[in-house]
Design a protein around this ligand. Structure first.
Ligand SMILES: [Zn+2]
Length: 72
């Protein structure tokens, strides 16, 4: 749905970094829509997301809000 504002485990604010992450990853997509793992790792490091609890919050996020809004 919507990215949580804070990491569930440590409380670090991650919502603002998620938009930057999506923008940077969007630039790095190949023709088949995939992104190299090294680029994802480098992008997370550049954004200062070091802990794996915060990384899982961003990597496991599925943006479904635009698909759900028509049914509400
Ligand atoms: Zn965390």
């Amino acid at each position: 749905m919507i990215i949580p504002v804070r990491c569930f485990s440590c409380g670090k604010v991650i919502a603002s970094d998620y938009r930057k992450f999506v923008a940077k990853i969007g630039e790095s997509k190949t023709a088949d829509g995939k992104v190299d793992q090294k680029i994802v790792e480098k992008t997370l490091d550049e954004l200062g997301i070091k802990r794996y609890c915060c990384r899982r919050m961003i990597l496991s996020q599925a943006d479904l809000i635009d698909e759900i809004i028509p049914f509400s």
